[in-house]
Design a protein around this ligand. Structure first.
Ligand SMILES: Nc1ncnc2c1ncn2[C@@H]1O[C@H](COP(=O)(O)OP(=O)(O)O)[C@@H](O)[C@H]1O
Ligand SMILES: [Mg+2]
Length: 240
């Protein structure tokens, strides 16, 4: 007998990205389920494609890609990557389509960890997470892990205990270069990671100086800007 799909449609997503809706996994506070957005307001639109085009280059599936990248990371580096990346538990059927089950970063007090973008927008000092960000950068260098863009809404500030911070990258995994890392000189790879993380930190400093994401953007965007349980976008996703 086929298993009944998991019902998510009645629940409120805690996160709405440009491509995906993120829900707490019912009954398991340590996990989340991500499904692809299909609402007309989604940021990343699927263009009309010919069958020929689809055969050559299938439409981008964020979940499929992320699953593959997480598998690569774990097979290469083992459990050590759990410090800064989520594990996945494969796909399940939901009423909103196929969902990828992943670790959900949750702080010591039970709250879902906030993104760095939310951290900045709430006016929290960036300096407080500087060491944690450097630890994340050093981890990428040590393991020679390349990522796509290092973006504040794809990094969360996990708080294992009061006053302790760890950066977890929940989206943006995958190597954006065409040259396999194995062929690169280690020093070159290190330079590249330092450049990308330094640029990311500068962008976050600039956002912090601007006072974070504006109220107008939060209320009128096509995605949630990494803000947990963003009411305005959740309503739009539901067509209310
Ligand atoms: N594992 C997670 N732990 C904590 N927060 C998460 C997690 N996954 C996603 N989020 C939150 O949900 C938002 C959207 O998720 P994301 O995976 O980035 O979607 P998209 O692929 O559409 O960009 C993130 O910006 C983040 O705030
Ligand atoms: Mg994202």
């Amino acid at each position: 007998m086929p298993k009944e799909p998991l019902i998510l449609g009645d629940l409120e997503p805690f996160g709405v990205g440009g491509r995906r809706l993120c829900f707490e996994y019912p009954g398991d506070p340590g996990k989340c389920v991500k499904v692809l957005r299909t609402d007309p307001h989604r940021t990343v639109q699927f263009r009309a494609r010919t069958r020929w085009k689809t055969a050559i280059r299938p439409p981008y599936d964020n979940n499929e890609d992320e699953k593959r990248e997480i598998d690569k990371l774990f097979s290469k580096h083992g459990e050590s990557v759990m410090k800064h990346f989520p594990r996945h538990y494969g796909f399940i059927q939901t009423d909103l389509g196929r969902g990828l089950v992943l670790d959900l970063a949750r702080d010591f007090d039970g709250d879902i960890s906030m993104s760095l973008r939310e951290w900045i927008t709430l006016g929290k000092p960036l300096d407080e997470v500087r060491d944690a960000f450097h630890a994340f950068r050093d981890f990428l260098i040590d393991k020679c892990i390349f990522t796509r863009g290092i973006l504040d809404h794809n990094l969360v500030v996990f708080r294992p205990s009061e006053g302790q911070y760890r950066i977890v990258m929940i989206d943006g995994l995958g190597d954006s270069t065409l040259i396999p890392i194995a062929l690169m000189r280690r020093k070159w790879a290190e330079k590249r990671i330092i450049r990308k993380t330094t640029e990311a930190w500068r962008r976050m400093q600039a956002l912090s100086e601007r006072g974070g994401i504006s109220q107008d953007a939060l209320e009128n965007s096509s995605w949630g800007h990494g803000i947990r349980y963003n009411k305005a976008i959740n309503k739009r996703v539901k067509g209310e």
